[in-house]
Design a protein. Structure first.
Length: 196
């Protein structure tokens, strides 16, 4: 067996490396009483103080809500208002969505409404007109309200006809708080009877 003579520099380097590893291991555990607390997340600070961050407002896009009684719209034959046998069709909103963009201090909101039309006992193929209102409210103040006439062509009365409506014209000042409500739904106004 041949033993090589170990150089003193090699031992010094090995000892230094072991010491550095030991110190690093102590610091990575986080158990040192001398280690400072990690900095708090700005979102956590804002939540503790009840404030909303500017970054949260920039990401804020208000939800669309259906008010009670605005998800369905029935059309009846002349003189048959409320009579199930004279129902021409029933329109139903099944989904709502929105997307927001910002420019020059304004927020533009695209509101989407999806639904279906089912033909009733007195109905058939043809055109269905449905009144859809989109409104934006802040603490009781109406910022935007528009009644649209959505037209759907029913070609097969035996199946439900799908529809999608989009209001791309909603423009309001960029909100300074999360206090905006968007409403979408059918708005009949005064009772009207369809003629057939």
């Amino acid at each position: 067996m041949v033993f090589r003579k170990i150089d003193g520099r090699f031992l010094a380097t090995l000892a230094t490396s072991c010491l550095m590893l030991a110190v690093t291991g102590c610091q990575s555990g986080g158990g040192s009483p001398f280690a400072s607390a990690p900095p708090k997340d700005p979102k956590q600070i804002a939540a503790e103080e009840g404030k909303i961050l500017a970054s949260e407002l920039l990401a804020y896009c208000p939800n669309v809500v259906l008010r009670d009684g605005t998800a369905f719209f029935n059309s009846y034959a002349k003189g048959g208002q409320g009579d199930p046998a004279k129902l021409l069709n029933q329109s139903a909103i099944t989904d709502v969505t929105r997307s927001c963009s910002r420019a020059d201090g304004q927020m533009t909101i695209k509101v989407g409404v999806a639904g279906k039309v089912v033909v009733g006992p007195a109905g058939g193929a043809g055109t269905v007109n449905m009144p859809i209102r989109v409104a934006v409210v802040r603490n009781g103040e109406v910022l935007y309200s528009q009644l649209h006439k959505n037209v759907v062509q029913v070609t097969d009365p035996s199946t439900a006809t799908q529809f999608v409506f989009t209001d791309q014209n909603v423009v309001i000042p960029v909100p300074s708080a999360r206090d905006i409500q968007i409403f979408a739904g059918f708005d009949e106004g005064p009772q009207k009877v369809a003629s057939r």
